[in-house]
Design a protein around this ligand. Sequence first.
Ligand SMILES: *Cc1c(COP(=O)(O)O)cnc(C)c1O
Length: 576
Amino acid sequence: MILKTRHRLDTIEDVEEFYAAIRRERLTQSLSEDRPYTYWTIELYDQANGIRGGGGLGILAADTRRVAEQMNVPFTLVTPFYPSELHQKFENGKSIDESRPVNYEDFGFELIDTVNIRCNKDLVELSVIEKEFNSTRILAITEPNFGELYSGDSCGDHRLYQEVALGFGGYQALKLVGLKPAIMQLNEVATFFAALARLDELASNGMDFYEAVVYTRKHTLYTNHTLVQAAEASFSYEQFERYVFPNLKSRAVKKWLSDKFENGRIRLSSVTIEIAELRSGVSKLHARVANYRDLSGEKVKFRAVTNGVDLPYWVLPNIIDCYKSVGILDKFCLPSETYEDSVETIDAEAIRELKAQGRAFMNQVLARRPDQNGVFLNFKPDELVFDFKRRFVDYKRPWLPFTDPVKLKRILENHNAHYILTGRVHQGDERMMAKLNEVLDKIKNDKFLSTHVHYIADYDEELARALSVGSNISINIPIVGLEACGTSWEKDVGNLCLLVSTHDGGVADAPSDSYLNVSGKDELEEIESMYTRMEEAAKAWENDFDLEFWEKRQLSRYIPTISGTRMLKDYLDYLF
Ligand SMILES: *Cc1c(COP(=O)(O)O)cnc(C)c1O
């Protein structure tokens, strides 16, 4: 079984209807084939096109482009193509990383031409490659020594080189293919140099410098995913002298940028705030609490545009069909006007039948992705499966369910349940690698846990989708205040998993009684609450009444949030 994901609007009438549905009839005047919405991102997570990201930032970029394609919006995504990528595998029970080469020709990219940027006194030649998808395209820059995503130090020369290459190289690439950006959306500050390249072009082609600044600001949106400005990387003046200034033609722009250094260093967020008048955060909570100051010390306001997901891509097709046929989603995958009433028509029998289909799909993926013991898993439709699938980072607390192995064991035993864990450690994060190995040891040293808790290596899109469609209960327990949005829980809600979660990120767009909420005044209380909620979720799957209650609750509270089309609509509303 292959997940079919074509849900495109096919006729111009459909497109006009979409623009009308989102009350943007005049959008056709602002956006056109050669004046597209441009989206800049250092990370794209789109494995079908040979580009593997690190996490949510890249997933968001891929989902945004796919939704734009479905809605026939002229859209160009500009990103690097990394010629190698890291994969996780097991050797002697230990997790290790290996680098694998990736070839853009294998993924249908076409070489357009080359562009040059100046770095460290050298001229660096970048290949411009392109792949078109109806109204959208991916425009990428690459060269054999470009390196891997997020390799090396975030304040290091190579990272700065990658960011400069994307900005200055990508901007030239856009011109090479004859495009003018109607809008530039900067997916995080690593893409700042794209807006700088535009400012430099305007200012060096005769426009008054201040007019150029105003023009660039009005057409640039900075999308922030980070909560704390101080946690961001910074660069030195000397690094800018080698990598950035040589690429600027306008002396006024050079002067403007030089003035932004404080004590010889620059933080890209502070200049991105200066160059982008439009600013967004990725959930209601995040937009409210992100603590950013501009150079004059004023607190920065962010518009909340909660991340959504490309529902037809992530959700089992039969579930999408069900949402459409009972009137939860309209043909654009926007929530219908009556979605809250329509949700009431879903019953436990339908939920169980749809999840059984999802289970079959999950089993197919697990048939080629063994667990830590080398076992290829296969679950019966009525076997209960918990999952935790996330990057293995501190704030997401993947180890929390293992703090009391006896309690975890009791829950799994009581409900004949299994627990699937997957998530990669960031390259070079030795502390987290040690934590992962500690969890793996706890599992290995217990006879029951070693056969009921399964760690699957090399977490990626394929696993994310398989677990979302096939598991029953998903666990999302970031430290409250640290998750900007999170999108895997959205895939889970869409796929009818019961959500056990702390109240953070996009989850907090709705009240805390919308799902099985984990809370407490400290971590010990949260751990107790988590086990209680896991037990309740397991019981709910054994009882039609509770299952229907929670599924309807989740859908009625989150359908608007999780819709990727709703997200695109929110961006279009904000931008035009
Ligand atoms: C959806 C997805 C993410 C995003 O996960 P969050 O932790 O919820 O932000 C990361 N990686 C992969 C592979 C995904 O599919």
